[in-house]
Ligand binder design. Sequence first.
Ligand code: BTN
Length: 261
Amino acid sequence: MATDSIDTETVQHKTFVRSVEWLCKVDSTNSYAIRTIAESEQFPLLVGANVQTNGRGRGGNQWWGSAGSLAFSLVLIPSDSGINQQQWPLMSLAVGLSIGEGLAPYVGNSPIQLKWPNDVFADGKKVAGILIETIPTNPELVVIGIGINVNNSFTDAPADIQGTASSVKDLTGETTSLEDILVSTLQSLEQTLKRLGIADTEFLDDWRQRCFLTGRQIGVDDSQRQTFGTCLGIDDDGALRLMTASGLQRFFAGTVTSIEE
Ligand code: BTN
């Protein structure tokens, strides 16, 4: 099978996904899922696209997914996995861990690490991003948007981008089946969501082992101010721990804007 094509029946057969819509081209799989959700009744619903013309990232950023990258959104009902509203902040970490674990077998010896709250890094560069959104008219649903750099390459990108982003192809020199990576990440996601649903917070220890920030000097922007300090990892409630000049601070939301080696 061609490495860049997705057989939706296979994906449905091998994973917990109950319905699939795979599009040739769309503005954003998250936006499409949010717009059309009423038409679908079978969850989890997978919406994917070969090309996104207006992929969206966290904080209103654009997500540049060139040919060969994997872009999809999973719409699900967290309570189906036993996940309650209080656990939603942990769900963000659970999704990042799942993508990391799903990708790990495909990146050779490159260490997979996680940048709070849910960026996935390999060899110190971002290889996947996650945008989780809710739908005001269907508050029981979440839309988990995932972009993974697979067969696209950053070798011809400007130096500043080459220093921060990478892909499976750049890491291994090989082309990998998008379908294999999709199935692997969905299978991993099903398991991690189940662990969260039975309040098995041991998955947080797996997350901590892959934390990219622990021990580093970082800046966190919580949309009010930027705070600098040494990252002490995450708490059991998913908060990021930062030792600042004025003591320990905890963050439940925000963006890590600077990381010193
Ligand atoms: C980020 O790192 O800022 C998050 C990027 C999320 C990108 C994915 S690609 C599939 C889905 N559709 C979107 O428009 N965004 C997410």
